[in-house]
Design a protein around this ligand. Structure first.
Ligand code: ZN
Ligand code: ZN
Length: 643
C-alpha cells in the first residue's frame, strides 16, 4: 500500500459517523483501494463494531466482498453476536464452516460462543464447545472464558466450573467470569471461595463480587466488602448506591451519594439514577431537589435516563408541577419511557384529563404506546372516574395498536368499574375475561366492595380469593373491615379467629416523612422513643383542636376488632400516617407542604383527619399511599374522596 492508502486506513479510525465512512470509501473506490483485502477488512470492522447503528451496512459490505477471509467472517460474527438476534451470528459461523479452506480460529469460537450465550441456547453452546475441542481450542484463554460465560447464562454452573478448571493459567478475566457464573447460579459460597483463591485481585474482581452480592440481595455482605475494598471507582460506588436503593436502605443510599462527592468521584449515570430511585421510593422531595440542582450544574441534563428518573422522583414525591417542568425541558425527542412516566405521574395525582392530553400529544409526535403506557392511561382514567374514556382506551389498545390486553389491563378495568361503584359490572367483567383470573383481580374487586360497603358481593369474592390465595392476610383484613362497617361483629370475630388459626398477621403500616433532609419513619405499634413521644404529644393536641374547631367525630368502621368505642378511637390514633403528620406539624416551619409516604392504603378516618387538619391549620398535606396520591388543601382532597 502506498502513502495515500495508509492515510485512508488511519482516517477510518477517526470516523464517528457512517457518512464519514462512506466519504472515505468513495475515495478508496476511485483508486481501486476498496478491493484491497486489508482495507476492506478494516472498513468492515469499523462498520460492524465501532459506529453506532451501521451493522446493516456492514452486512451489505460483506455480501459484496467476493472472497471474504477469516478476519472478515470473525468481524461479522462478532458484530451480530451483540444484536437483538444473535442467531444471525450463528448462521454466519455455519456459512463459514461450509468453506473448508477457512478453518475457524480462536476468535471465531470466542465470538460465536458469545452469541450462544446471549441466546441462552445451551444446545448450540454445547455443540460449539465440541467443535472447539476438535480444533484444540477449548482451553484457549478467550474461548474458555466465553464458554464459562455461556454455561453460566444457560444456568450450568457445574460445566462452567469444569471449563475453568481445565484452563491452563486462567487470567483475571477468566477468574471474574467464573465468579460471576457462581452468582448467576445462586452459588454465593462458591463465589466467595473462588474470590479467596484468586492469585491477583484487581479492582474489577472486587466490583464483580460487590455486584454479585447486591444482585443476590446480600446487602450486609456487600457493605462489608465495600469497606474492605482497597480502591473504589465510580462502578463500585454506583453498585453500592443502587443496591441500597433496591433493598430499601434509602438513608444509606443518600449517605453514600454524599460521601462519593466528598471523595471527589464524579457520579455516573448509574449512581445518579440509583439515588434518584431511592428518593422516589422514600418520597424524599428535598433531597431530590438537591440532586436536580447538581444535575443542572454538572451539565448532565442530556442523559435521558437521568431525566426520566428525575421526572419519576418528582411524580412520586407528589410534585407534579416540577415533574412537568422536567418533562417539558427534556432535550431532543421524548422517548416512550418519558411519555409513559409523565402519564403515570399525572394519573397518581388524579389528573385524568391531563394524562389523556399527554397521551394525545404522544400519538401525534409519532411515538407508539406499548402495554405499559396503556396501564398508565387506564389507571389515570380509573382514578379520575373517567369510565367511558377508560373503555375507549381498552378497545383502542387491541384494535389500533394490536396489543393483546394482559392481566394488568384487565385489573385496571375491574378497578375502573369498581371505584365508580359499578360492582356488578366489574364482577361480570371478571367472569367473562378470556384469560384466567388471578388473586390480584379478585382483590381489586374486594377493595371496591369495601369502599362501597357491598357485603354480599364481598363474601362471594372472598370465596374465590380463598381458593386462589388462602394465606393472604390483607384479604382477611379487608373482609373483616367490610363486616365491621355493616356492624356484623359476629362475622368480624369469625374472620379474626380464622386469621389467628392460620397464624396470619396484619402487615404493619408505616409512614415516612422528610424533615431537614432526614427521613423519619413511623410504624404502627412501634416502641416508644423520643421522636414518637414528640409525635404523640403533638397528635393529642391536634385531635383536641379538631374536635373543638373542626367538629371531628372518629370514623371507627375500619378498626379490626369489636371493642368499646373509646378503645377503637385509641387504636385509630396510633395509625402511622397521623403520627407522621403530627411530627411534621411540630417540626416543619409554617407554610411548608407536609409530604408523607405510606406503605398501605390510607384509612377512612385518617383521610377525614387530614382533610380537617388542612382546613383548621391552613396547611397543605400530600400523602402517597399504596395506590395513589392524596393532596389535602382547604378541607378537601384531590381524590374527591374516591380511592
Ligand atoms: Zn388510618
Ligand atoms: Zn384523598
Amino acid at each position: 500500500m502506498n502513502n495515500f492508502e495508509h492515510l485512508c486506513v488511519s482516517l477510518l479510525k477517526h470516523c464517528k459517523t457512517l457518512k464519514n465512512v462512506k466519504q472515505i470509501q468513495a475515495h478508496a473506490c476511485k483508486t481501486g483501494l476498496d478491493t484491497h483485502p486489508y482495507f476492506s477488512g478494516k472498513l468492515l470492522l469499523h462498520c460492524a463494531i465501532s459506529i453506532f447503528d451501521s451493522l446493516d451496512y456492514a452486512r451489505l459490505l460483506f455480501l459484496h466482498t467476493p472472497n471474504p477471509d477469516v478476519f472478515m467472517y470473525n468481524t461479522l460474527i462478532r458484530g451480530l453476536s451483540e444484536t437483538d438476534s444473535p442467531q444471525n451470528s450463528l448462521l454466519t459461523f455455519i456459512q463459514m464452516r461450509r468453506k473448508l479452506e477457512l478453518p475457524p480460529d480462536s476468535f471465531s469460537f470466542a465470538f460465536v460462543v458469545k452469541a450462544a450465550a446471549n441466546l441462552r441456547c445451551l444446545r448450540a453452546g454445547f455443540q460449539l464447545h465440541c467443535q472447539a475441542l476438535v480444533h484444540g481450542l477449548d482451553t484457549h484463554l478467550f474461548v474458555g472464558t466465553t464458554l464459562i460465560i455461556m454455561y453460566a447464562e444457560c444456568g450450568c454452573v457445574v460445566s462452567a466450573r469444569k471449563v475453568f478448571d481445565e484452563m491452563f493459567q486462567p487470567n483475571v478475566v477468566a477468574w471474574n467470569a467464573v465468579v460471576t457464573a457462581c452468582f448467576r447460579c445462586d452459588d454465593v459460597k462458591g463465589a466467595e471461595n473462588l474470590f479467596d483463591r484468586m492469585p491477583i485481585r484487581n479492582l474489577m474482581s472486587w466490583n464483580v463480587m460487590l455486584g454479585g452480592y447486591v444482585k443476590k440481595g446480600e446487602i450486609g455482605l456487600a457493605k462489608k466488602l465495600f469497606l474492605e475494598m482497597p480502591i473504589k471507582d465510580d462502578v463500585s460506588w454506583s453498585t453500592m448506591i443502587v443496591g441500597c436503593a433496591h433493598n430499601g436502605c434509602f438513608d444509606e443510599a443518600f449517605g453514600l451519594f454524599r460521601e462519593l462527592q466528598h471523595v471527589g468521584i464524579r457520579p455516573n449515570e448509574a449512581s445518579l439514577t440509583g439515588v434518584l430511585s431511592a428518593c422516589a421510593q422514600a418520597g424524599a422531595f428535598e433531597f431530590g431537589k438537591i440532586l436536580h440542582g447538581y444535575i443542572d450544574k454538572a451539565g448532565l441534563v442530556w442523559i435521558s435516563s437521568v431525566n426520566n428518573a428525575l421526572l419519576d422522583t418528582y411524580s412520586k414525591c407528589g410534585n407534579v408541577g416540577m415533574a412537568r417542568l422536567v418533562f417539558e425541558r427534556m432535550p431532543g425527542k421524548k422517548s416512550l419511557v418519558s411519555w409513559t412516566s409523565m402519564m403515570a405521574g399525572l394519573a397518581m395525582q388524579g389528573y385524568g384529563e391531563e394524562a389523556m392530553k399527554i397521551f394525545d400529544k404522544m400519538e401525534k409526535s409519532g411515538v407508539r404506546p406499548d402495554g405499559i403506557t396503556f396501564i398508565s392511561i387506564l389507571y389515570a382514567c380509573s382514578h379520575a372516574g373517567l369510565i367511558e374514556e377508560g373503555c375507549g382506551y381498552f378497545s383502542k389498545m387491541r384494535e389500533i395498536y394490536g396489543i393483546e390486553p394482559a392481566i394488568e389491563h384487565y385489573g385496571c378495568m375491574v378497578d375502573l368499574y369498581g371505584r365508580a361503584g359499578q360492582l356488578q359490572k366489574a364482577y361480570e367483567f371478571v367472569i367473562q375475561m378470556p384469560i384466567s383470573h388471578n388473586a390480584i383481580i379478585w382483590r381489586t374487586l374486594l377493595g371496591a366492595c369495601s369502599i362501597h360497603n357491598d357485603v354480599e358481593l364481598a363474601e362471594q369474592v372472598k370465596e374465590r380469593l380463598s381458593e386462589l390465595d388462602p394465606n393472604n392476610s390483607s384479604d382477611h383484613v379487608l373482609l373483616s373491615n367490610i363486616y365491621a362497617v355493616a356492624g356484623k361483629w359476629k362475622h368480624v370475630a369469625t374472620v379474626r379467629r380464622s386469621m389467628t388459626d392460620q397464624r396470619l398477621k396484619k402487615i404493619p403500616g408505616w409512614s415516612m416523612i422528610e424533615v431537614d433532609k432526614v427521613m423519619y419513619s413511623f410504624v404502627a405499634g412501634q416502641k416508644q422513643n423520643k421522636i414518637t413521644e414528640e409525635a404523640y404529644q403533638k397528635l393529642r393536641e391536634i385531635m383536641l383542636k379538631l374536635r373543638v374547631e373542626g367538629g371531628y367525630v372518629p370514623e371507627v368502621g375500619n378498626v379490626l376488632h369489636d371493642i368499646e368505642a373509646e378503645e377503637k378511637e385509641d387504636s385509630l390514633s396510633k395509625h402511622s400516617e397521623k403520627l407522621a403528620v403530627a411530627f411534621g406539624i411540630a417540626r416543619l416551619c409554617k407554610g411548608s407542604v407536609i409530604r408523607i409516604v405510606k406503605n398501605l392504603r390510607v384509612c377512612k378516618d385518617c383521610h377525614i383527619v387530614m382533610n380537617l387538619i388542612s382546613k383548621v391549620y391552613g396547611l397543605e398535606i400530600v400523602v402517597r399511599d399504596r395506590s395513589r396520591f392524596h393532596s389535602f388543601k382547604d378541607g378537601s382532597c384531590s381524590c374527591r374522596d374516591y380511592w
